[in-house]
Write a protein that binds this ligand. Structure first.
Ligand code: AMP
Length: 304
């Protein structure tokens, strides 16, 4: 195994600096890729990791179940933790460091009193169902971006190493908010979006899928089917008829629809025009969230 498991911020900074110096000494171009995750890794995460490895000379994947972004203590307690398997998956992908800090390492003084707030864009869709979720997520992403920020060789002829962080389109609202944060607060990092990875039957891969029974997993396929229905109507410039897609989801046994919204890809504001009854034109994203049994799942698809 060539990956190293690192649990402290000080060690991560020392080890990535050392590795970047080695890259420079061997004549390579220095760049660092960061892949933030909450662990329980699957092939969706592996895709992000492989992309980061292909595009950077040093890659860090973080595995941290961030208490700040869980409203529900039970959900936090039962979130799967699979450190050994995560390490093996990241090693296979070619990642250099798995950064898996303790809660105390990330929040040494307890919950931080200063946080990033996601604003109104964090209060709609997922944010409406999970109040405070995006403030917690952006706060930890902000910390991770600072913790992994490569400083090695700032004064060298090549200047600052390139710095990229990889986020999945699966969490479309999170990706939009992270991009907004990085732009609004001038973080020196490039945010790289990665397409949604699905199982062959269409279910978006998720750490939470392991909680689905066989019947629930079958029922959960209705999420991607409903999105696919909207995408094919959009492709044909037909009216989307969102109500019929909602009805399809509601007809699946044990599936409780939270929301199915067609939104502007940049602002995530619900699309008012050319969406419901008139022929679809332009671009949008359809976002869906539903509970299947006790498991909350989200998915989305580009339209147009
Ligand atoms: P998580 O561990 O669920 O917080 O996810 C960590 C990162 O992996 C986030 O940027 C997610 O959007 C991304 N991710 C999770 N599942 C998928 C998937 N099925 N396809 C693409 N990216 C994903």
């Amino acid at each position: 195994m060539s990956i190293a498991l690192v649990t402290t911020i000080a060690e991560l900074r020392a080890r990535t600096s050392e590795k970047l110096r080695e890259v420079e000494a061997s004549g390579g171009s220095k760049s660092l890729g960061l892949v933030p995750t909450m662990g329980a890794l699957h092939h969706g995460h592996a895709t992000l990791a492989r992309r980061a490895v292909a595009e950077n000379s040093v890659v860090v994947a973080s595995v941290f179940v961030n208490p700040l972004q869980f409203g529900d203590a039970q959900d936090l307690a039962r979130y799967p933790r699979t450190t050994d398997a995560d390490l093996a998956l990241l090693d296979e992908a070619g990642v250099d460091f798995m950064f898996a800090p303790s809660v105390e390492e990330m929040y040494p003084d307890g919950e931080p009193s200063i946080r990033v707030t996601a604003g109104t864009m964090g209060e709609i869709h997922e944010g409406a169902s999970r109040p405070g979720h995006f403030d917690g997520a952006l706060t930890v992403v902000s910390k991770l971006l600072h913790v992994a920020l490569p400083n090695e060789g700032l004064a060298a002829p090549g200047g600052r190493p390139a710095y990229r962080a990889y986020f999945g389109q699966k969490d479309a609202q999170q990706l939009t908010l992270v991009r907004r944060m990085v732009a609004d607060l001038n973080f020196p990092v490039e945010i790289v979006p990665v397409s949604i990875v699905r199982d062959p039957d269409g279910l978006a891969t998720s750490s939470r899928n392991r909680f689905l029974s066989e019947q629930e997993r079958t029922a959960a396929l209705v999420l991607s089917r409903a999105l696919g229905l909207l995408a094919s109507r959009a492709q044909a410039h037909e009216p989307l008829d969102i109500a019929s897609a909602e009805a399809l989801v509601r007809s699946a046994p044990g599936v409780e629809l939270d929301y199915l919204e067609v939104v502007d890809p940049q602002t995530l504001a619900p699309r008012a025009e050319n969406c419901q009854d008139t022929p679809f034109t332009g671009e949008a994203i359809a976002l869906i969230a539903a509970k299947v049994g006790s498991v909350r799942l989200i998915d989305n698809m580009r339209l147009g």
